[in-house]
Ligand binder design. Structure first.
Ligand code: GLN
Ligand code: ZN
Length: 771
């Protein structure tokens, strides 16, 4: 059975590409050094795949920043504002990085292309920009260079491209008077040029990714898909196209997608297992299927026995020559190599034995192909046996199963997700308890994480300083920050989050059921990688996590200090999750742990508690029909975490993205007493949602953008607050920045907050009358 993979991680096992890119950007290394690092990573990746026994090896899946941006450069979709950059630079890579990161040199100041999430992953791509009557043209030959490079290394190369229809659907029309898909014919002609070049160089297999095939599509979009693939089939009778779909099943699109004239159709059987029966029933004789049975989105070992059964079933219907085996999607979304992980107290040998990263998944794919043969070589048999043992160990391990947690989740009652009284009753009680002025000011939680603080933490980890010395230093930071906030005149203070590395990691490290890796990096965007925790078992909270520092901060002032927690959905969303339990159950377990923390904070005298949920929106399923189910359990998990406190305790939540108009009712249903949100970049455009929907509780639309070092002035913030006051009752309005300040410097933070407090004070006088 033929084996292939859709794509491989490219950041490097030890983030070599990240480091090289950043050194290149800061001028520490030259272009040749950077290119050499890229070539080395590709070579190693190809070599690994060959050795593992992968038959068709992807090329053009490497990227210095993002594969969608690669495509934009290839077809010459370069936004007009970069024309001058193109003239000012000699190397195409400099233009490329300018498109990704913006360009402030040679008297130019050009903003970067917009970046957004790649479907429901935590990877971000650069959004193509389209204009009316735009013409595309083959402008860059990275795909060809990589193909030749692979061939020269004896690699059976299969160039990979984002498909033309998905490419257009991923982009944004920057002008009115046309539709993106109007550009398809011109774009298709460039794809034809690309494939012609590749065919000349001896390519036979080409992978085209059309992830939009799993989404809800219109009749027009369907017709375009049909036309595009018919055209390619007619033009290239000798090329074997592998059309890939992933992140979901094909659902009702299956009936026509199986008729597209390609050699192979790839299905994600991890996210869309239910599609297999349908597809097997309707697949025409001319089509081969690539079955994505190895999870490309998660880090668990494959259950080879189960996958083998799936493959054998398909083979019994189609014959072995019409079935290929693969991971469900590109391996871009999993870390590089489990072999690099040392056994630690967190990642024990028992847990390690349940995991497979990208390199291990290559072997799984190859072993699966061998398993369906009649004769099993001994080493395959023993790999298979070891896999069965690992599956048993994971099913039965005491590390995973905690009866107390299971009982507690089973015992969650309707009342657990409701506050004692309604917001109308709670609001006056909270106002009495807190004695805040009109338009109270606050911040989102974190203050600048300076080099010194990060150094302190790394010294603690290396054992170069004692825990006492570390705590002493953190305590001093908190003291400074409390008296500084008092001087500024902020009304609800925060302790500053100096003791936290990352808002999920900090909690994961203190909760049971989480493991952490040393090198489990996954690309998030460009040179940025994240290291998600692994939730392997039932989640519980052995001890309070934030109470000591919060109570310490509260002891320093008479003003209220806001306790600061990460919410259950954000912890879930930014971790690798269990595959032996549904996400809802895991979310409820985390919710109960956070609820205990919330209750303990209240008991310690904390009157205001913020539960951050910046990731609620990104958890939305790809298909709208599944939204409601998700939102119901996600919102409920948040409410469980927040509802254990008395009426007088004020619960805040925070979210930082601007597109939430379509889920505003669910956000209101979270029933937080106060929500702080991002709005400043869009000049309060977000508040449009409040024209038709009366947000019932208190709200702090961010009055300045913390993502930029620019210090906003009092007048512009007053303007924004007044704008908000037209849509939200003044008594419900808070004044705050739009996100945490940890990435900012102290000077700009101080200056901006001075202006913000002044704006609030000035408007208090003016708006008192209205309130
Ligand atoms: N409390 C967190 C902070 O201030 C919130 C971060 C976030 O919204 N992503 O850093
Ligand atoms: Zn935020």
């Amino acid at each position: 059975m033929t084996t292939h993979i859709l794509g491989y991680p490219r950041i490097g096992a030890k983030r070599e590409l990240k480091k090289a890119c950043e050194q290149y950007w800061s001028g520490q290394i030259g272009i040749d050094d950077l290119l050499a690092v890229g070539a080395q990573i590709r070579k190693e990746n190809w070599q690994l795949q060959k050795e593992a026994g992968i038959d068709l090896i992807p090329t053009n899946d490497f990227s210095f920043y993002d594969q969608v941006l690669d495509m934009s450069l290839t077809i010459g979709a370069i936004p007009k504002r970069f024309e001058e950059v193109a003239n000012a630079t000699t190397n195409p890579l400099d233009l490329y990085f300018a498109m990704a990161r913006g360009y402030q040199k040679n008297g130019l100041d050009i903003t970067a292309m917009e970046m957004t999430k790649w479907f429901d992953t935590n990877y971000h791509y650069l959004v193509p920009e389209f204009y009316k009557n735009q013409k595309f043209k083959l402008s860059h030959t990275k795909f060809l260079d990589e193909f030749k490079e692979a061939k020269a290394q004896g690699v059976n190369a299969k160039p990979v491209f984002i498909g033309p229809v998905s490419y257009l659907l991923l982009g944004k029309a920057k002008e009115t008077g046309f539709e993106k898909l109007d550009l398809i014919d011109d774009l298709l002609s460039v794809y034809i040029d690309i494939f012609t070049e590749l065919e000349k160089q001896g390519a036979t297999w080409i992978q085209i990714d059309e992830p939009f095939l799993v989404m809800d599509l219109s009749e027009k979009e369907r017709q375009i898909f049909e036309r595009v693939y018919q055209t390619l089939a007619d033009k290239f009778p000798a090329l074997k196209f592998i059309l890939t779909t992933y992140f979901e099943g094909l659902h009702k699109n299956a009936s026509w997608v199986v008729k597209l004239p390609v050699e192979v159709l790839h299905l994600d059987l991890v996210r869309g297992f239910e599609q297999l029966d349908t597809v097997l029933n309707i697949v025409p004789d001319t089509l081969k299927l690539s079955l994505g049975v190895v999870d490309g989105r998660n880090i668990w070992k494959n259950d080879l026995q189960a996958s083998k059964a799936i493959l054998e079933n398909a083979i019994s219907k189609l014959g072995v020559e019409r079935v290929l085996v693969a991971p469900s999607c590109s391996l871009l979304h999993v870390p590089f190599d489990l072999d690099n992980e040392p056994e630690t107290t967190s990642l024990t040998s028992e847990i390690k034995n349940w995991l497979a990263f990208a390199k291990q998944k290559l072997t799984e794919v190859a072993v699966l192909s061998a398993l369906v043969e009649e004769e099993l070589p001994e080493e395959i048999q023993s790999f298979y046996n070891a896999n069965k043992l690992a599956m048993d160990s994971k099913r039965n391990s005491e590390l995973i199963h905690n009866e107390i947690v299971k009982v507690a989740v089973g015992a969650i009652s309707e009342g657990d997700s409701h506050r004692e009284a309604s917001f109308e009753t709670r609001q006056p009680l909270q106002h009495d308890a807190l004695k805040l002025p009109l338009l109270p000011t606050t911040t989102i939680g974190s203050f600048p994480q300076t080099k010194e603080i990060r150094l302190l933490r790394s010294k603690l980890k290396k054992g170069e300083i004692t825990e006492e010395a570390y705590n002493e230093a953190i305590g001093q930071e908190i003291e400074k920050s409390i008296s500084w906030q008092e001087e500024l005149g902020i009304d609800v203070l925060v302790h500053g989050e100096f003791e936290r590395n990352d808002m999920v990691e900090y909690f994961g490290e203190q909760l049971s059921g989480f493991a952490f890796t040393k090198f489990g990096w996954v690309q998030s965007y460009g040179s940025r990688a994240v290291k998600p925790p692994i939730i392997y078992g039932d989640v519980s909270r052995p001890e309070p996590m934030t109470v000591a520092w919060t109570a310490f901060a509260q002891s320093l002032t008479d003003l209220p200090v806001k306790g600061m927690l990460t919410g259950p959905i954000t912890i879930l969303q930014w971790s690798f999750v269990r595959n032996d339990q549904d996400r809802e159950t895991t979310a409820n377990q985390i919710a109960l742990a956070i609820r205990e923390e919330v209750n303990d904070l209240e008991r310690a005298g904390i009157k205001v508690i913020q539960i951050d949920e910046p990731a609620i929106r990104e958890g939305l399923p790809l298909r709208k029909e599944a939204w409601k189910t998700y939102l119901d359990w996600a919102i409920k998990a948040f409410r469980i975490s927040a509802s254990g406190v008395g009426n007088q305790t004020q619960i805040h939540t925070h979210m930082c993205y601007s597109e939430f108009n379509d889920i505003i009712e669910s956000i209101a249903a979270m029933d937080a007493d106060v929500i702080t949100i991002e709005t400043s970049r869009s000049q309060m455009e977000l508040l449009d949602a409040f024209v038709n929907f009366k947000y019932p509780n208190e709200i702090g639309p961010g009055v300045y953008d913390i993502h930029s070092p620019r210090v906003p002035n009092q007048t512009e913030m007053e303007f924004l607050i007044e704008k908000a006051a037209q849509l939200v009752p003044v008594k419900n309005l808070w004044v705050n920045p739009d996100c945490g300040l940890k990435t900012r410097g102290w000077k700009e933070t101080n200056d901006a907050l001075v202006e913000m407090v002044n704006a609030a004070k000035a408007l208090r006088k003016k708006l008192e009358v209205v309130a």
